[in-house]
Design a protein around this ligand. Structure first.
Ligand SMILES: [Zn+2]
Ligand SMILES: [Zn+2]
Length: 993
């Protein structure tokens, strides 16, 4: 290991380490480089000839040969590191370590790219000041230069004279140029693996650009195009080396920009510098043009391999430009991005990529050719595959770089004509289908039912496939531009083809999210799929903004493509196998702050049963989080569910807006509240118990996050229970909750069960009061907390008092625990037991007062503050007067006036907020919300087997028929711990025991 040699050198090792790495022979060779480079190109500028004649060192054959050997030696040496990232960087850095060698290297490159590719017979085409080797200055060098093109014929004869004098031949010069470009390309490739780049690497690349390398390459490629029909093998090889150098230079700048922060100003300049040089020189356009010309008039003398490699370098160049574009876009460098867009929309560039793309597709699927002539396809077809892979029994392999180039030229930011857009979408979808079919999973056998691209069936599968290693990257390269192109087209009144293409695109996304496909992707790629592909299609909307009653076309497209069951499946798989491939996708999805929007849209517009199934699945995930499973992504799931509940209730910006929630969303939200709030409450109680016990500082903030949706939902749900509402007088409020008959009472009973027993409102609010001592609780949440306390106390005074009395008697939180046990005890781990005093259910009066002290000063919501103060008094009275937990009404009922103030506050809450009133009215009863989809009756069920809750096969309870179970274990648990034993006999079904 070369790195091991560092150690014996002690303190000096750092400085000397780089050269120590190198092979002794390479070090010696590099020492000769400056002298050789000087003899190749004695001096720059107008005095080149005089300097050269003074020195008297023309580039002799010996010099050219020596340089060629030297560069070959270095290249072969560096080549061994191409698979070793860190050693490759070290070796490349060592080669460039010496400043003189670095400068000399650049001079050799300068000479190589300035030498005309096809020198004319008359010797008139010379490059002026920068021309190779000062050969233009001497009389005999003129003849050398004119014989430089062996392609023009007769060159060999004239070269004889030069050879006798020991001067370099054009062939030798061309060989040197090839080697210089190839070795430099490799060197730059290796350098660009280091992040951030070393100063020497940066300087090298910057100088390479600054010495007009791209402009020279453009001229050389243009020369090649002019003679495309007559290029000899060596010239073709040289053209290929130019392309290779261009590829590496762009890639280096791209990786430098990606791997370094935007704060590195020199790098940003480098990106812009490269972008401008690319546009200015049209070098990519020249490259693409040469490729097209070669395809048209390939002379018999050169093989197909050369053109094929030229094509691959061209695609690689496009891919690298796009990568740079993405990096610069993230840095916000608009100027450079605009420039790169122009480079990528060059006619030849786009044409070259598209004809290859269409040819590949036609070969693979036999679909439409978009008017591409057969002859062209025949030529390209031969160029597209790796040598030796064209066996009959195996499908040929497509180079993934073509797919990436396609993304580069079809990306939405590059302007397309309307017809062009339709063709682009069609081509991309076909590629997407090819990519998915190449994965060879079960979906492929169904021939990817894409409706917008009718294709002849090919039972034998595609004749060209994307190799497995490139599949994930290709899928991303295809899906991103397709979604981008469709994004702006999918609007109300969009043409039919757009609607179909949109759904097709999502079918492909869903296929890519299959397990067999995800396994082929890296964790980063999976996260990227979750973040970008799934979430980027979500149409922008703001919390509180009313959703349209009909689904927006973007949403219709992803629902038609099957995104809703797909999201549910991903969540279930991720919940069951936290280390499985779906987990990365889900993590990527949940990590985004706006992922709740996706859920919101799925619930609002998805098929109702399927949407209800998603809600149930998320509920089970939360239950697993609460039980201590899935610790790693507990907070993403909790936050996303919480955000969704929280934001969906956000007040509209314009209060007069009639519509609060689409009907289906209101229904699904109620279901979500029923399923999620109990779990969130449990998690919140755990978190609130933690900070006191552990003294940790981070927990209060986490607890606040989980509390926020709970506190936001409690007041509307409590108001929905009907206490003190609808013009009732304060005195009859509780009576109405307790005594009302008919359906309303069922709903109230349901809600009572939900809020008191499942959400455990009393201990939850008690914990929240303690948490509110911390300044981290926002004033909106404090208000919600105050309102919730008043409402709960008005509705269920016994519960509140019992908790307080129990606390005052020094007892453990018996009441709360008993209440809770029904819902959660079965799955609760031991630490779920309500901890001693810190998390007691009791509501300390002093904390209630503290809660509104602040608010009173500010003068807002006076009535609520009054209610809270009254409640504090009542609790104190109850504490003093009662002291026993046996009686329900020990304190509160003994103080009618004080109690009147509390109820007045509650009555006030009903009439003040029109928006909330509408919201409250739109909330359906829990039983109605649950009726959307039957799920396992055992409330502790966490079973995630199967792809969807909607598909679960439930067995009814044999005795009552009124309960359903996903499995025997759930039935037993429900019977033993879940309370079904007590309620089963009450079933309405006759014949039950
Ligand atoms: Zn179950
Ligand atoms: Zn039963």
């Amino acid at each position: 290991m070369p790195l091991g040699r560092r150690d014996p050198h002690g303190r000096d090792a750092g400085a000397r380490a780089a050269s120590e790495l190198l092979d002794r022979g390479i070090v010696v060779a590099l020492r000769r480089l400056p002298a050789l480079a000087h003899r190749l190109l004695p001096a720059e500028g107008p005095d080149a000839s005089s300097s050269r004649s003074a020195g008297g060192h023309p580039p002799t054959a010996a010099v050219t040969k020596a340089l060629h050997e030297l560069l070959t030696r270095v290249r072969v040496y560096l080549d061994q590191f191409t698979d070793l990232s860190s050693e490759g960087v070290a070796a490349a850095s060592a080669v460039l370590e010496d400043g003189a060698a670095r400068a000399a290297w650049l001079r050799v490159v300068a000479a190589a790219v300035r030498r005309p590719l096809t020198a004319p017979s008359g010797g008139s085409r010379s490059e002026g000041s920068g021309s190779v080797s000062g050969s233009s200055g001497s009389p005999d060098s003129g003849s050398r230069s004119c014989s430089g093109s062996s392609g023009n014929g007769g060159g060999d004869g004239r070269n004889q004279g030069n050879r006798e004098r020991g001067d370099s031949t054009p062939e030798a010069m061309a060989l040197l140029a090839v080697e210089a470009c190839d070795a430099t390309g490799l060197l730059v490739d290796l350098l660009s693996r280091q992040a951030p780049p070393s100063a020497a690497a940066l300087e090298f690349v910057r100088k390479l650009l600054r010495m007009q390398t791209l402009q020279c390459l453009a001229r050389r490629l243009a020369e090649a195009s002019a003679d495309a029909g007559a290029l000899m093998a060596q010239q073709l090889e040289l053209a290929e080396s130019y392309a290779r150098l261009l590829y590496s230079a762009i890639r280096a700048v791209g990786t430098f920009s990606t791997k370094s922060g935007p704060d590195q100003l020199p790098l940003a300049c480098l990106g812009l510098q490269l972008a401008e040089a690319l546009l200015d020189s049209s070098v990519v356009e020249h490259l693409a043009r040469l490729l097209l010309l070669l395809l048209q008039q390939r002379p018999p003398t050169c093989g197909v391999g050369n053109t094929r490699r030229m094509a691959m370098w061209t695609f690689g160049v496009c891919q690298n430009i796009f990568a740079l574009y993405v990096a610069l876009k993230e840095d916000g460098d608009e100027a450079a991005c605009a420039t790169l867009r122009q480079v990528l929309s060059g006619r030849c560039v786009r044409h070259a990529v598209l004809v290859h793309g269409v040819t590949a597709l036609c070969t693979a699927d036999g679909g439409p050719t978009y008017g591409l002539p057969d002859a062209v396809r025949a030529v390209i077809g031969g160029c597209m595959v790796e040598a030796g892979q064209a066996q009959r029994e195996h499908p040929r392999q497509l180079r993934p770089t073509l797919v990436h180039a396609l993304q580069a030229v079809l990306y939405t930011d590059v302007p397309l004509t309307p017809v062009g857009t339709r063709v682009a979408v069609s081509v991309l979808l076909r590629f997407g289908r090819l990519v998915v079919a190449s994965a060879g999973d079960e979906w492929a056998s169904q021939q990817a039912e894409l409706r917008s691209v009718p294709l002849p069936a090919q039972p034998a599968g595609p004749r060209i496939v994307v190799p497995p290693a490139g599949l994930a990257q290709c899928a991303m390269s295809v899906l991103t531009p397709t979604l981008n192109l469709l994004y702006s087209l999918l609007v109300v009144g969009a043409p039919e083809w757009v609607v179909e293409a949109g759904a097709d695109c999502w079918r492909l996304v869903v296929a890519v999210m299959s397990r067999s496909f995800l396994r082929l992707a890296s964790p980063n790629q999976r996260a990227w799929l979750g973040t970008h592909v799934l979430l980027d299609a979500v149409p922008p909307f703001l919390p509180g903004e009313p959703l349209p009653s009909a689904a927006p076309p973007l949403v219709t497209a992803f629902l038609a493509g099957g995104a809703l069951p797909c999201v549910e499946r991903l969540l279930r798989r991720a919940g069951e196998e936290p280390l499985g491939p779906e987990s990365d996708v889900v993590k990527g999805m949940l990590r985004c702050g706006h992922s709740w929007k996706l859920w919101c849209l799925l619930l609002a517009y998805g098929e109702p049963r399927q949407a209800a199934a998603l809600v149930a699945t998320v509920g089970k995930l939360l239950r697993r989080v609460g039980a201590g499973a899935m610790a790693e992504w507990a907070s993403p799931v909790t936050d996303c569910a919480g955000n969704m509940l929280l934001r969906a209730l956000a007040t509209p910006a314009a209060p007069e807006q009639e519509q609060a929630l689409p009907e289906q969303l209101a229904r699904q939200l109620m279901r979500a509240a029923c399923e999620w709030l109990p779990e969130l409450s449990r998690i919140a109680l755990q978190l609130m118990a933690a900070p006191v016990a552990l003294g940790s500082a981070g927990e209060p903030a986490r607890a606040c996050n989980v509390l926020a949706p709970l506190l936001t939902w409690l007041p509307p749900l409590l108001l929905r229970c009907g206490v003190g509402g609808g013009g009732e007088t304060a005195g009859t409020a509780t009576a109405s909750a307790a005594n009302a008959a008919g359906p309303a009472s069922c709903a109230a009973d349901d809600l009572r069960l939900l809020l008191l027993e499942e959400v455990r409102a009393v201990p939850l609010l008690g914990g929240a009061l303690r948490l509110a001592q911390h300044s981290t609780v926002s004033s909106a949440l404090r208000l919600s907390l105050a309102e919730s306390c008043c409402l709960v106390a008005a509705m269920w005074p016994e519960e509140v008092l019992r908790a307080t009395c129990a606390n005052a008697a020094g007892a453990d939180d018996g009441g709360g625990a008993a209440t809770a046990s029904k819902g959660v005890a079965a799955v609760a781990p031991p630490r779920m037991r309500p901890p001693p005093p810190p998390c007691s259910s009791a509501w300390p009066p002093e904390l209630l007062r503290a809660l509104v002290l602040h608010r009173r000063k500010k003068g807002g919501k006076q009535q609520v503050a009054d209610g809270v103060l009254a409640l504090a008094e009542l609790l104190e009275a109850g504490d003093v007067g009662g002291g026993s937990s046996s009686s329900g009404g020990c304190g509160i009922q003994q103080a009618p006036q004080v109690r009147g103030r509390l109820l007045a506050a509650v009555a006030w809450m009903h009439g003040t907020d029109a928006v909330r009133e509408r919201l409250v009215a739109s909330l359906v009863a829990p039983v109605e919300a649950r009726a959307l989809l039957h799920t396992c009756s055992y409330r502790g069920c966490t079973r995630l087997a199967g792809d969807s809750e909607a598909e679960a096969r439930l067995q009814a309870c044999g005795r009552c028929g009124g309960a359903w179970y996903c499995c025997r274990a759930c039935q037993l648990s429900h019977w033993r711990e879940g309370g079904h034993k007590e309620t089963c006999a009450d079933g309405s079904r006759p014949g039950s025991d």
